[in-house]
Write a protein that binds this ligand. Structure first.
Ligand SMILES: Cc1ncc(COP(=O)(O)O)c(C=O)c1O
Length: 438
């Protein structure tokens, strides 16, 4: 092992051994976090931490103040309606109209305990609509917890990496999966965690058309809503809007997280938006589970009731107030999160100037947007080897291997927790790495 790495190698080795980590490159996100915490504590050297995808900005005051005021009024003692407080449902519906450009009745606009509960509830309900359709298809790379949700609820899933199927090529590949007839719903995130690819209108149209043709529900995960900063998606009621499959099929559920857009991750509140057509849809195979056949009612009075009987009361007031301010044009949430894109641009350049490559680098013919995540590789290294090597240089990230990506040489880097005052350190460390390995 080299002796002249920015982080003393004996300290890294000592803690890796103490933790029983035979192969640091294959450690989980949480194990890497623990190792880095220990090494930081002993050496006093601050890592460039790019492993966890958590917001790095303060929450909006509008939300916090509304939540405090609601608590002062005593709402903590009361059960909220399962499908959300009326004022919030109305603001979600307005938000979708003003920022996606589609009409959804407030009835289908349902707050959830984080977007995670929205996906859990949707997997559960859609796979019971038709007994022949029991599988969720993931358009990978993706967020590993979604697959974990399928595993814990016993739902079958299938996936493919879209890397080689961009543009028109997506049609044949996607159709080959949907034509099997067992897919109840498909899910992708857009912009994508981990790769930050954004589907083009051509691709969204293909997804929408095939979903209609094969009667498959599209679960569109908009956890990074409006964060494709190549376009200005920040103006309510004015195009361009957040690109969405909702323009190409009426068989959809949108999941909109408030964790990143409003830096509200701690309060675990997200939005599930069920299209009017899907809400109304009747499916007789739902009856044994729910005693009713209408999808929307089964979701609310069956699945959501059973899971948590709704979402905590006070964060609903927070989200209502934030959305109202955004919808009324008084609060520009996109301007706040733009910082992620600006940091990504600088950080990507530090890596590419020093021998690294961006793994997912294009949306069809367009260079990728700069945002919350980017993907890197270094010639001659597998993803696992690269993670392990970078730990000695004070840099942490996660391997794309756990995201369903076929690009096993790649790492996902998250910009949110890296502060600008760390850029000189990052530059020094990647330069050293390149010097030692180039
Ligand atoms: C793609 C994706 N979906 C969903 C989530 C979870 O969102 P929430 O915090 O609203 O549960 C995340 C969070 O990192 C994510 O990256």
């Amino acid at each position: 092992m080299r002796k002249d790495t920015p982080i003393p190698s004996e300290v890294v080795d000592k803690y890796a051994e103490q933790m029983g980590l035979e192969d640091v490159g294959k450690a989980s996100i949480r194990e890497i976090k623990r190792l880095v915490d220990l090494v930081e504590a002993e050496t006093g050297e601050r890592y460039v931490r790019m492993e966890m995808g958590i917001p790095g900005l303060p929450p909006s005051d509008i939300g916090v103040n509304a939540e405090k005021a609601a608590l002062d009024k005593g709402i903590a003692a009361l059960y909220p309606d399962i499908d959300g407080i009326p004022g919030l449902k109305k603001e979600i519906s307005r938000f979708v109209k003003l920022f996606v450009g589609v009409d959804v009745d407030p009835r289908g606009c349902i707050p959830t305990v984080g977007s995670m509960q929205g996906s859990f509830a949707t997997f559960m309900t859609v796979t019971r609509m038709d007994k022949n359709k029991d599988t969720i298809l993931f358009l990978d790379p993706g967020f590993p917890v979604h697959k974990q949700q399928c595993r814990v609820q016993g739902t079958k899933f299938d996936s493919f990496d879209v890397y080689n199927y961009r543009g028109e090529k997506l049609r044949e590949k996607l159709e080959s999966h949907l034509a099997r007839g067992n897919v109840a719903a498909l899910l992708y995130s857009n912009p994508n965690n981990p790769s930050w690819i954004c589907f083009t209108e051509t691709e969204l149209k293909i997804i929408g058309e095939l979903a209609t043709k094969y009667s498959v529900v599209v679960i569109e995960d908009l956890a990074y809503f409006a964060m494709d900063f190549r376009q200005d998606l920040s103006k309510p009621g004015q195009p361009p809007y957040q690109p969405s499959v909702a323009n190409y099929t009426d068989n959809y559920v949108l999941l909109i997280s408030s964790s990143k857009a409003f830096s509200y991750a701690g309060q675990r509140i997200g939005m599930m938006v069920i299209s009017d057509a899907l809400f109304e849809k009747k499916a007789k195979d739902l009856r044994p589970y729910y005693g009713m056949e209408q999808f929307g009612r089964a979701m609310v009075f069956g699945t959501m009731y059973a899971l948590s009987s709704g979402t905590a009361h006070s964060p609903q007031y927070a989200l209502e107030a934030m959305l109202k301010a955004v919808n009324d044009g008084e609060y520009d949430f996109v301007d706040v999160v733009k910082e992620y894109g600006e940091k990504a641009k600088i950080m990507k350049k530090l890596f590419t100037d020093n021998g690294f490559k961006i793994v997912y680098d294009k949306d069809e013919d367009k260079p990728l947007a700069d945002g919350f995540y980017f993907t890197i590789s270094y010639p001659g290294f597998s993803g696992a080897e690269l993670i392990e090597a970078l730990v000695y240089y004070g840099i942490s990230a996660i391997s794309l291997a756990i995201t369903g990506s076929e690009r096993l040489e790649g790492l996902r880097a998250c910009v949110s927790l890296v502060s600008r005052d760390q850029f000189p350190d990052l530059e020094y460390r990647v330069k050293k790495f390149h010097e030692h390995h180039g």
